[in-house]
Design a protein around this ligand. Structure first.
Ligand SMILES: [Zn+2]
Length: 170
């Protein structure tokens, strides 16, 4: 979320504050999922999976029978498709701790959320059972590069499949 009044998940209080606006329901889901992660002791995970999952949760909705649906975030998917087709996406760099500063840069934050969302969306779409394993490995302090390498056989394999998937969106 990138409004001037940033909704904040206050870790110490285990509460979240949301400013009511047009998309406040999505904001509530986003912030509540951070709270959920905190309750389940996922303290140590990198920013990309924390924000990627929360952005993914924003896109879930329930029908009148209580069934859960995923409404893909098309804008973010198209943005990542653009990066892949322009050959400007460096996943190794994105996943490195050195990239954390980019999340706080006004002109880069939207792209950071989109790439994080795209990684989570891709994993859930192709190997939903992997997400918990990835979360646990990251929470145990393994690097994002090592975790994806291990789960997909090699990092290059993960990257090539990810890019192939998003190259269709342009
Ligand atoms: Zn967030």
């Amino acid at each position: 979320m990138h409004s001037l009044l940033k909704p904040a998940f206050i870790r110490a209080l285990r509460e979240c504050y949301v400013y009511k606006g047009d998309d406040y329901q999505n904001v509530i889901v986003h912030e509540a999922s951070h709270l959920f992660m905190h309750y389940h002791n996922y303290y140590g995970v990198p920013k990309w999976i924390n924000e990627g999952l929360s952005t993914f949760f924003e896109s879930l909705y329930l029908d009148e029978k209580g069934r859960v649906y995923v409404d893909p975030q098309k804008g973010r998917i198209m943005q990542v498709g653009g990066f892949v087709n322009d050959n400007t996406l460096n996943l190794t760099q994105f996943l490195s701790p050195a990239n954390n500063a980019a999340w706080n840069l006004k002109d880069q934050a939207t792209a950071q959320y989109s790439i994080a969302y795209a990684i989570v969306y891709y994993i859930i779409k192709t190997n939903p059972q992997l997400i918990k394993q990835i979360l646990n490995m990251l929470n145990n302090g393994k690097s994002s590069y090592d975790v994806l390498s291990q789960c997909y056989g090699s990092f290059e394999f993960f990257e090539s499949r990810f890019k192939l998937y998003y190259s269709k969106f342009r």
